[in-house]
Design a protein around this ligand. Structure first.
Ligand code: GLN
Length: 483
């Protein structure tokens, strides 16, 4: 893991490179390499040049924090004033919001430089980014494989050195799993720790914005810049963290290993996580074995809740207020039906229908209400677990990156592959996905470090220990900007 942001920020501060020069380097790299990976779906180079100039003026006055002059990318479900924001869906082609998401405002205020919007699964529904209306992004570690999803373009941009960092969103794993598949770091903060104002909603009780970066320290710097209470998002909360305070000291840290996370895990991955645990133990951490009997129920509960909320959130795309409208219609009903049938892809339509079904009068109790009860149980079990330990170690995904096309042929298996990531969203917890080696195929393996609600700093600090450990931090060079 490389601390790219601190390195570049040092160069910017010392005047070794200007923000404008740095932006041009990234712009050249995106122009050269994006066709290979399809990580960006919309480039904002003119805006980038303008912000870089402003950042240079600030740097010249000795102002600006670690992100001043730093290029970055945003997932295409994060609204950017005047810049097309499509959620990689045909229904939003040409949609230019009149406002920016708070995270974008905050990063701009820090002097960060937006390079463009990144590819993703349509409306963030998927685990491979293949449902994007722009075609799938490709995994820079092996271009015959998917990037994971739904923040696949953000993960690919960071892995291919086409951005020092990117933001993604995580409803059921969409930051952590692509980070894992592409061999980078992905951090999903506590629900409410980062404002979601301007994030196009998928499932509002689960959605969370967070950073994808090359290292834990980079992710912490970005998290520090975007976190905190926002009057425009009632679910947001004030949180304390100073990115500079990460100690990586794990002496006395109690690490929980929940049996149910490892029960059916493939031995290669289990062994790798065990190996990491031993490393922490050597440094003074204690390993505690724990159980969470309801954990396996989190997956079906997640798909019921997520689809239910999506069916309501996506009701607004009716061809009247946003984006694209179908051409021929005779009345309002036909206008809406045709616009939605033509504008939404198959996966999104499936989820809207499932969600409508589980909320309908005859099935509400049997599905939606039951899923909410399971959610409450999962939360209780996490509460009990965090009474006995500080952080949990867990896998991110049962496998490394799938081959392109595999998910379409194995739909249920792909849904099931979210089993390790969704419990965190169900309970609103912070969790980081960190690379911890490669499998036999040479593909990245990652692991999660999960914390209690608002223990984001503890999670980052625990992960920072791993970053300092050379054996687990082999870096890949994938082109892009040479650092
Ligand atoms: N793969 C999960 C889903 O399809 C998670 C998506 C996400 O976190 N946005 O719902």
């Amino acid at each position: 893991m490389k601390a790219v942001i601190s390195k570049l920020s040092g160069m910017l501060k010392s005047g070794k490179i200007s923000s404008s020069e740095l932006a041009e380097k990234y712009i050249d790299a995106v122009k050269r390499d994006n066709a290979k990976y399809n990580a960006y779906v919309n480039e904002t180079f003119d805006e980038a040049r303008k912000s870089a100039k402003e950042a240079d003026a600030r740097l010249a006055r000795g102002e600006g924090g670690p992100l001043c002059g730093m290029p970055y990318a945003l997932k295409d479900n994060i609204c950017t004033d005047g810049i097309e924001t499509t959620c990689c869906s045909n229904i939003l082609r040409g949609f230019r919001p009149y406002y920016s998401a708070t995270v974008h405002e905050k990063l701009s205020a820090c002097g960060a430089v937006l390079l463009g919007k990144t590819n993703m699964d349509e409306f963030a529904m998927g685990s491979t980014s293949e449902t994007s209306c722009y075609g799938a992004p490709l995994n820079p570690r092996d271009s015959s494989r998917v990037t994971g999803g739904s923040s696949g373009g953000s993960a690919a941009a960071v892995a291919a050195n086409l951005a020092p960092f990117a933001l993604g969103s995580d409803t059921g794993g969409s930051i952590r799993q692509p980070a894992c598949f592409c061999g980078v770091v992905g951090f999903k903060p506590t629900y409410g720790a980062v404002s979601r104002y301007g994030l196009i909603a998928y499932a509002s009780s689960l959605d969370q914005i967070g950073p994808l970066a090359s290292s834990v320290s980079d992710a912490a710097i970005v998290y520090d810049a975007i976190k905190g209470k926002d009057p425009k998002d009632m679910s947001s909360e004030e949180v304390s963290l100073s990115a500079t305070s990460l100690s990586g000291d794990v002496k006395g840290l109690k690490i929980g290993m929940v049996k149910e996370y490892f029960d059916c895990l493939n031995p290669e991955m289990a062994a790798r996580i065990e190996e990491v645990a031993r490393l922490y133990e050597k440094a003074g951490a204690k390993i505690v074995s724990l159980g969470m009997p309801t954990l396996s129920r989190a997956l079906p509960a997640y798909y019921i809740i997520a689809c239910a909320e999506a069916s309501s959130n996506l009701g607004r795309y009716d061809g009247i207020r946003y984006g694209v409208r179908c051409k021929n219609y005779s009345d309002a009903d036909e206008l809406m039906t045709r616009t939605r049938s033509e504008g939404f892809g198959k996966e999104v339509q499936k989820r809207i229908m499932l969600g409508t079904y589980v909320l309908s009068a005859g099935y509400y109790d049997a599905y939606y209400k039951k899923a909410c009860a399971v959610r409450a149980r999962v939360r209780e079990e996490f509460d009990a677990v965090f009474g006995a330990c500080d952080v949990l170690f867990a896998p991110v995904s049962p496998t490394s990156a799938f081959e392109l096309g595999y998910a379409q042929r194995n739909v249920i298996e792909t849904y099931q592959s979210d089993l390790y990531t969704v419990p965190v969203n169900i309970a609103g917890l912070p969790s980081i996905s960190v690379p911890c080696g490669k499998d036999k195929k040479g593909l990245p393996i990652g692991m999660q470090i999960i914390g209690d609600r608002f223990a984001d700093e503890k999670v980052l600090s625990a992960a920072y220990f791993l970053e300092q450990n050379e054996a687990f931090c082999e870096d890949d060079e994938e082109g892009g900007v040479a650092l």
